[in-house]
Design a protein around this ligand. Structure first.
Ligand code: GLU
Length: 618
């Protein structure tokens, strides 16, 4: 576990907070379980665990004490995992009782305990944990806590025996539950398991991690282990929010605003969903049975750090990272100038929205709205998931519904950079079921690849001469402004070659002896190891030239060039170019100028891309 840096303002705040309340000595240590009376009343620890697994701690944060009632919401979670919410809700309610935690009270009509945080509800809940024997039951409970805390858990034998000797009231509750058939087997064994679960030994750091695991949708943020099914986290937090702090639950949620649970040994655990777990320990309890110092600490933390759940930080549309059209930012395909012109004019029918952060209802709704506001009659809408960190079910359904609505209007919709979101892909597949669109949605891995294909479709739709068909040499970028005579001289110097699909035409690192004109098909430029493991950074179609940088500066080839489908090239040798300088200086200059124009066009494209990116950042 990482320890906070001494310069951290968060650590300093916690140090000061502990110092401030160390002199606060209100309340009394619990004595009704005789062993608890032995606790040193001065012990005082505070811990905060973040949902990325960082733990801040101050004071007696590694002091062991017994979990007591703080075990109740977690065992409730295990019961939900074992049986589902429907069955458990028939056994134990979720209404605050207004009675003391150890009241012998059951619902007047149903005979069920009012909620799982009072002892009656907690004992009934422990009775629901699936096991063949009492040992197995407590074993499963200990294993569950180990998943939350990330370490093996043990029972404090002295506290257990002490409560077992004196816990007649809880035994009475057990028998009452048996009488109403809320418990169906031996109540003595169930109450015994309950005593043991309350005597599990924990530290403040454990409590903070238990809380951070709930804050992290049930995944322990340090170990990555799942402690509870994701769908039951909200149930657990709900009962903590309404009934977790004994008869101060209303006041607590009003002041502190976080689901929490306290125990008679002096521990308090609070959870800020999605953000933090807090553990505080100090044994003196106030009149309601909550640790008096922990209450002060949590109230002050909530105010100082603005943690109240009903005052969440405002997140304005942060989920839209960039939105642009192919007119503003085209693909990395270098195309013939006539095609570039078409795409500048019509490229606004290809829309790209790059999303980011966490997609849930409130962050996805602005995306849906923005897409619908921006697109008129779109040819394609590309939704890029590269910077998305998490997506929930409703966001998946909203984006799929949007995709369906757009494709009904005739648009192609592609979800790109989804490889990190396996779960989302599965959700999309099951949501679409047999509606078929799944493959088309995920056809392109990268946004660049998707834009490139959509541009091809757009050009075909515009009847621009087929994307990979041949052109006359006078239409090439390298022959601009050449006379007919110069063109035929230039043509006589070219060496024509055909390449099979997948052939490596240029290899990174090799010496450059020529530049290549693409006379048929498309070539891809790959960095870092070619088509299988590398990264396709650009592509070229008919009429353009490739390899002109090394042609000019004599450097080695910086990337691989690979034929995509059948390709034909015409090589223009450096040696011939050098000879032209003597024999035909005018032609040499024109060619040099055309190469310079080709480079300038590429540079301009890069500048344009940068300006789209920086405009979006403003
Ligand atoms: N084992 C304790 C009891 O049942 C837990 C009480 C508590 O922490 O609220 O009395």
């Amino acid at each position: 576990m990482a320890t906070a840096h001494t310069l951290s303002p968060i650590q300093s705040f916690l140090d000061a907070l502990r110092a401030k309340y160390a002199d606060y000595r209100e309340g009394e240590v619990a004595t009704y379980i005789p062993e608890l009376a032995k606790a040193d009343p001065e012990l005082f620890g505070i811990c905060i665990a973040t949902t990325d697994g960082y733990v801040y701690e101050v004071g007696d944060s590694r002091q062991n004490f017994t979990i007591q009632s703080i075990s109740k919401p977690f065992v409730y979670g295990l019961a939900l995992d074992d049986h589902g919410a429907e069955l458990i809700l028939r056994k134990v309610g979720v209404e605050p009782s207004g009675d003391a935690f150890n009241a012998i009270s059951l619902h007047k009509v149903t005979g069920c305990p009012l909620n799982p945080m009072i002892n009656a509800g907690a004992i009934a809940t422990t009775g629901q944990i699936v096991a063949d024997s009492p040992e197995q039951r407590i074993g499963r409970i200990l294993e569950m806590f180990a998943r939350y805390s990330g370490r093996p858990m043990a029972i404090d034998q002295d506290v257990y025996e002490s409560e077992s000797r004196t816990g007649h009231r809880n035994r009475a509750i057990g028998h009452l539950l048996r009488n109403f058939d809320v418990l169906v087997d031996d109540p003595t064994a169930t109450v015994d398991a309950y005593f043991r679960q309350c005597a599990i030994s924990v530290t403040c750091a454990d409590l903070a991690l238990l809380g951070a695991t709930l804050a992290n949708q049930g995944l322990n943020p340090v170990t990555g282990q799942r402690a509870i099914k994701e769908q039951h986290v909200e149930n657990v937090l709900s009962v903590m929010a309404s009934c977790g702090m004994y008869d101060f639950s209303g006041g607590w949620i009003y002041n502190v605003g976080m689901p929490a649970k306290s125990g008679v040994a002096g521990g308090v655990l609070a959870v800020l969903p999605g953000q933090l777990g807090i553990g505080v320990y100090s044994p003196r309890l106030d009149a309601q049975g909550n640790s008096a110092r922990a209450l002060k600490v949590c109230e002050e933390l909530s105010r100082a750090w603005e943690l109240h759940q009903f005052n969440p930080p405002y997140c304005p549309q942060t989920s839209r990272r960039l939105a642009y059209t192919a007119a503003e930012r085209s693909s990395s395909r270098t195309r013939h100038s006539s095609h570039r012109g078409f795409l500048r004019e019509h490229g606004q029918r290809i829309h790209v929205v790059e999303m980011q952060s966490n997609l849930a209802f409130s962050t996805t709704e602005p995306i849906v709205r923005a897409v619908l506001e921006r697109v008129g009659r779109p040819l394609a809408v590309i939704l890029d998931f590269h910077h998305v960190s998490a997506i929930n079910g409703v966001a998946v359904r909203m984006l799929v519904d949007l995709a369906e609505a757009l494709s009904r209007r005739g648009a192609m919709v592609h979800f790109t950079h989804t490889h990190r979101h396996e779960v989302m892909r599965n959700q999309v597949a099951s949501y679409l079921a047999d509606r078929g669109e799944v493959e088309a949605l995920f056809r392109y891995h990268s946004t660049d690849g998707a834009i490139e294909r959509c541009e091809d479709v757009l050009l075909e739709e515009l009847n621009a001469s087929a994307v990979s068909s041949q052109r006359n040499l006078d239409e090439y970028e390298i022959t601009a402004a050449l006379t007919e005579e110069e063109i035929s001289l230039f043509a006589s110097l070219l060496k024509h070659r055909s390449h099979a699909s997948g052939e490596k035409i240029i290899s990174s690192g090799e010496e450059a002896t020529n530049l290549l004109l693409i006379t048929k098909g498309v070539v891809g430029v790959w960095l870092g190891g070619g088509a299988s493991e590398g990264n396709r950074v650009a592509s070229f179609s008919v009429g353009t030239m490739v390899g002109e940088m090394a042609f000019l500066d004599g450097a080695r080839r910086s990337a691989d060039v690979i034929a995509e489908g059948e390709v034909e090239t015409a090589a223009f040798e450096i040696a011939d170019f050098v000879r032209l300088q003597q024999s035909h200086p005018g032609l040499h200059t024109k060619i040099l100028r055309n190469i310079a124009v080709s480079l300038a066009t590429k540079l301009r494209k890069v500048n344009q891309d940068v300006s789209v990116l920086s405009a979006a950042r403003d």
